[in-house]
Design a protein around this ligand. Structure first.
Ligand SMILES: C[S@@+](CC[C@H](N)C(=O)[O-])C[C@H]1O[C@@H](n2cnc3c(N)ncnc32)[C@H](O)[C@@H]1O
Length: 276
């Protein structure tokens, strides 16, 4: 949650929700990834105010926003009218007063066309089973703007953690990352923005700790990152042991001295903004 105001119980200005599927039609069966790994999400994934400001600026003057793949509600502006999220474990962690949550996937959103001025989807498209269907749904339910936060794997692959310590994880990420070209080909009138990550970023996503390498040795920090939660510990153990050694003997600090006085870094995160 960002900002003081979370009075999300305000009036829904879109079509009547009962008519578009708040009932059993929106309920999924089966366990999603975040049902299995999301239980401690809010402990390490606190929205960063600087990133929030960039996302909110990208949403522009939208008076109503729907958040798809909303998780626990990070980065939702006060005028969010609805969250769309498949995982009950994530929905259960939404703060009191958050926008109502509809349990559904991006690929099939039981809402009418043009349901809100803007639709945002943050760090979620890589989890979708059908990107084209999901983006089609965002474009359908948004009246004016779609804002997506994702990462460019061609940049993130060079992040020291992946490049030097966890090449197997980088290879896995290669398979799940959504190529920016593939995404933007689906979005008319798009523009992209780099989202620099502050050195003290409060949102513990994958590359958030680029200047705080010790954090990656903390199992709780890793539990909040899907890349670790979805990778067998046996795969990451040797690389993390090497990182631990390098930190103990000062080798990491020698090699990455250039990072230590940087305030923020481009580790590949991108906002894709489409005007409809
Ligand atoms: C990394 S979390 C991001 C949550 C939130 N947007 C944020 O920025 O903190 C990814 C979210 O995508 C959701 N998700 C997974 N598959 C999805 C799908 N097919 N449609 C919509 N959301 C999905 C997960 O349940 C999870 O809450």
């Amino acid at each position: 949650m960002v900002g003081a105001a979370r009075s999300r119980t305000g009036p829904w200005t879109g079509p009547p929700l009962t008519a578009v599927g708040f009932g059993p039609a929106g309920i999924l069966s089966g366990v999603t990834t975040y049902d299995a790994i999301g239980a401690t999400y809010r402990q390490t994934r606190r929205p960063d105010l600087r990133i929030a400001a960039q996302i909110h600026a990208a949403l522009g003057d939208a008076a109503t926003v729907i958040n798809v793949g909303a998780g626990t509600g990070s980065y939702e502006p006060p005028h969010t009218v609805l969250a769309v999220e498949p995982s009950p474990v994530m929905i259960a962690q939404r703060p009191a007063g958050s926008a109502r949550a509809l349990r559904a996937t991006a690929e099939s959103i039981p809402l009418a066309d043009d349901s809100a001025d803007a639709v945002m989807a943050l760090l979620t498209v890589h989890h979708w089973t059908d990107l084209e269907a999901g983006i089609g749904e965002l474009l359908r339910i948004a009246r004016r703007r779609v804002v997506i936060l994702t990462w460019d794997q061609t940049v993130q692959r060079g992040f020291w953690l992946l490049d030097e310590y966890l090449p197997e994880v980088a290879a896995f990420d290669d398979t799940r990352a959504v190529a920016i070209d593939r995404l933007t080909a689906l979005l008319p009138g798009f523009r992209t923005e780099t989202v620099p990550v502050p050195h003290d970023c409060t949102d513990g996503f994958g590359a958030a700790f680029w200047r705080r390498p010790e954090a990656y040795l903390d199992p709780e920090v890793r539990a909040g990152m899907s890349i670790f939660a979805m990778t067998d510990e046996a795969v990451t153990r040797p690389g993390l042991a090497r990182l631990s050694d390098d930190l103990s003997y000062g080798r990491w600090h020698e090699r990455h001295a250039d990072l230590l006085d940087r305030a923020s870094l481009d580790v590949g995160y991108r906002l894709v903004i489409a005007d409809l």
